[in-house]
Structures are given as structure tokens and as C-alpha cells.
Design a protein around this ligand. Sequence first.
Ligand code: NDP
Length: 496
Amino acid sequence: MTQAPARPQSGSTFESLNPATGEVVGTHPVQTAEEVQAAVDRARVEAEWWAALGFAERKAHLNAWKTLMTRRLPELADLVSREMGKPASDAMLEAGLAVDHIAWAAGNAKKVLGRHHVSSGMLMVNQSASVAFKPLGVVGVIGPWNYPIFTPMGSIAYALAAGNAVVFKPSEYTPGVGGWLVQTFQEAVGRPVLQLVTGLGETGAALCRAGVDKLAFTGSTATGKKVMAACAETLTPVVIEAGGKDSVIVDADADVEAAVDAALWGACSNAGQTCIGVERVYVHEQVYDEFVSAITAKATGLEAAEGGKIGPITMPSQVEVIRSHVQDALDRGGRAVLGGAGAVGDRFVQPTILVDVPEDSLAVQEETFGPTLTISKVRTMDEAIEKTNATRYGLGNTVFSKARGMEIAERVRSGMTAINGVITFAGIPSLPFGGVGDSGFGRIHGPEGLKEFTYAKAIARQRFKPMINLTSFDRTAKADKQFAQVLGLLHGRGRK
Ligand code: NDP
């Protein structure tokens, strides 16, 4: 994605704007590196208190926050809608799923992270071995604007449930939503275990350099590289949740009507500004014509407009990216069966469906982040998988097939796949979320998401004296011989 344009800025504040109308939604401070450092220092004190509470008390606090949020969801949805443009009903869906993640993280942290015994093995049979996952301390979270609740919450809720304090830098496009989340946490918990820092890119960069114990970044691949470089200076570990170029694969035996519905919603909801949004479709030649005419018919009449089902493009600079991808596709022999170059307006982009687009064009290879879709005909599912895997991204994808869903899903190089549904994995809190390649690394959600914000603490406790003491200078030649014999019995008898 291109660099975000400079925000309206006056002195040390900046404004968040309604992308549908240009109206000012709120004014927020541009926080300096010193202010970010002060927030991290405060968070360090809070982290000690929070970690000492233990799982049960943290769960009670997080549930109180979740309840407060749930009661005030319409207010939050309205704010999201004004600040980033999505319809309020979509914002409710996003917020509701985020709340469900808080509940899961709080409810499962003890089971996933609490101390548990593991086998000590034959050579160390006199030992009792156990592992627990300890909080890191202070986690910095840098979030995007496209899902300003759900996306950062994947890091915030899991980091908090694991016992960390969090300093959150929301996108400059959605600082009000970030503030709302932090304010309600303060109301529910009464202490600033979750803190807010606002500003532009430099404030995010300052958070990377403020000595946090881990930095969870969600945003574009290009910014992810900058974040990683800044964090490398202090050996601060990072989670990178970056962009995607997800496909829908439609097999010959698929329920075409369901696949059409899923592909269209996956491509155009949130005005296509979804990291796991559908940007490409590969359809088996036996159902290709049926699919193209059905999706074109269904998309006709779907309009991007103020108050419509599709909102505006949040980031003004993105409109040019979308325009360039559509134009490149058309210049290179692609056809628009719906929309096209004229569908890209100043603030709104109308649904655009492109066919016959070469696989190496921008619309197939780069993240478009608009309500656009390329559809390609394939002869086999092997070809669909090969083409799906031929981008540098690997975030999510979807497969529609009655007989071969699992088989196809296993061969797609992506962090997540939905079979006969779209984006469903994101709403299942027990499933890890994240990508490979340019989509980043590390996981949020699920047990893996909890562990991401911890370090493993291993303990070996001697239960009785060993027959052969291996870890002593008193070890005898006889002991060495016995060790070699035991080793031979354990590992020397297999096939060469
Ligand atoms: P950006 O990369 O532009 O920004 C992401 C965040 O990084 C913002 O808070 C931004 O602040 C901040 N930032 C900018 N520059 C720096 C810097 N030098 N150091 C530290 N932080 C910085 O992404 P977008 O906000 O445009 O989000 C859209 C992108 O996010 C898409 O590529 C999308 O695919 C991806 N995404 C990935 C998801 C996933 O889970 N994999 C989920 C959702 C989105 P500011 O806004 O103030 O510039």
C-alpha cells in the first residue's frame, strides 16, 4: 500500500475525518517520543500489578470490560462508522466479534498458559518437568484503521489475558476508536493497564524504540518492515500481521450460489479494505460461466454510497492505488464485466469485477484494498492452487468444494483457509490468525495468540537421586559406560 497522506495537523494535534463527508470527527494530540516513553514507563508499573493478580482476577476484570463494551456497542459502532466510513451494522459485527475474543482470551488463559507437566524422558526419569508461560511485561500494539476494534483487539485482549500491560497506538485515521477502547477499559478496571498514545507514523516509530517487551504490529507490509527495523535496534521481538491477496477457489462440484455470495461479500464488504478480503477468484472451467454471470448479476445494484452497504475508501491515497490496478488490468487485456476505470470515484469506488486479467498484473499480485475482484478460469484444482500460491502474500483464503475442500485447503500456502464459507476462521477465537511470506509472522487469537505474548518458563525439579549422575565432575568411567548402554537401548536399535 502507498504511504498515508499527511493528516490535517496544527501544532501538536491532528484531526480524524469522516471519509464519507470530510467532516472533522475529533482532534487528538500528536504525542512525542518523550510522551510515548512516559506511557511505557507507567505501563511497566501497571504490568507488575496486573501480572500479580493471576488468571482468575484478570479474567474478572476483562469480563467487566467486555460487558461494558457490549452494553455500549451502538455508541462504538457509530464512532467507527464516522471515523472510518463502514456502515454501522458492519461496525457492530466487528465489535461483537472483538468482544467474543476478549471473552475467549480471558476464559482460556489459565488453561493454555498455566504451569503443566510434561514428560521428563527416560534419561531424566528422576526429574519432574513442567512449563508455564509468563507475561513479557509491556506490549506495544500498533493498529490499522480498517478494522479499528477487531484487529488491534487480537493483540490487546490476548496480551492482557496473558498478564501484560499494553500501550496502544491506533492508526491516525481511527484515534477516536482507540481512545474509546482505552477509556472503557479504564472505567471497567480502574487502572491504566491499557494505555493510549496517539499521533502519526513517528509516534508509532517512537513506540518501537521505547523499550517495550514485544511489539505487535498490524498494517501494511511496507510499514511492517520499518517497524521490524526499528525494533531490531533494541532486539525487541515483533509480531507482524500484514497485508494479503486472498483468493476464493471454486471447484466443479461447488455450490455456485453460495460461492458467489461469499466471494462478493468477501470482496466488497468494508469497501474491500480487509486484509483477509477476497481479491481473486479461481473457478473451475465447468462452472466458470455460471459463476461469472451469477456474481455479475448479484453485484449489479450493490452501490457504494453514503449510507449504503459499501462505504467510502477510508484513506484518500488508496483511491489512486485502486485506480492504477484496474487500469493496469484493462491495459493488459482484462475486461470489466462490472464497474471498471469509471467506477473509481473521489471517495467511493463502485464494485468492479475483472476477467481475463494476466496473472502477473497488479490486480492479481498486489493488495488492491478496494471493492474489486479478478476472476480467472482454471482447468483443474491443481492450477487453482498453483495460481493462488503464486503471490508473495499468504494470509487467508477460501475454498468452495463439496468433495475436496480439505485436500485443497491443505495445499494452499496461507495461515488460514475457510471451506464453504468466507472469513469464518476470524470469528472462531480458538483458531490462530496470521500469515506467511509478506503477510507477516506470529499469531494472534487462539492458544498460539496467548503464547505469542509470553515466554516459556521451563522447570526441572529433581524427584529422587539419579542412578547415574550425568551432570557432575564426579561422573565415573563406569557411569559413562552405563550411559552409552542405555543410549544404545533407547536409540540404537532402529532402522539405519
Ligand atoms: P499502515 O502500514 O499504513 O499503518 C499501520 C500502523 O502503523 C498505523 O497505526 C500507522 O500509523 C503506523 N505506522 C506508520 N508508520 C510507522 C512507522 N514508521 N513506525 C511505526 N508505526 C508506523 O497500514 P494501514 O493503517 O493502512 O492498514 C492497512 C494494512 O493493514 C493493509 O495492508 C492490511 O492488509 C493490513 N492489515 C492486516 C491485518 C492482519 O491481521 N494481517 C488486519 C488488518 C489490516 P499512522 O496511521 O499514524 O500512519
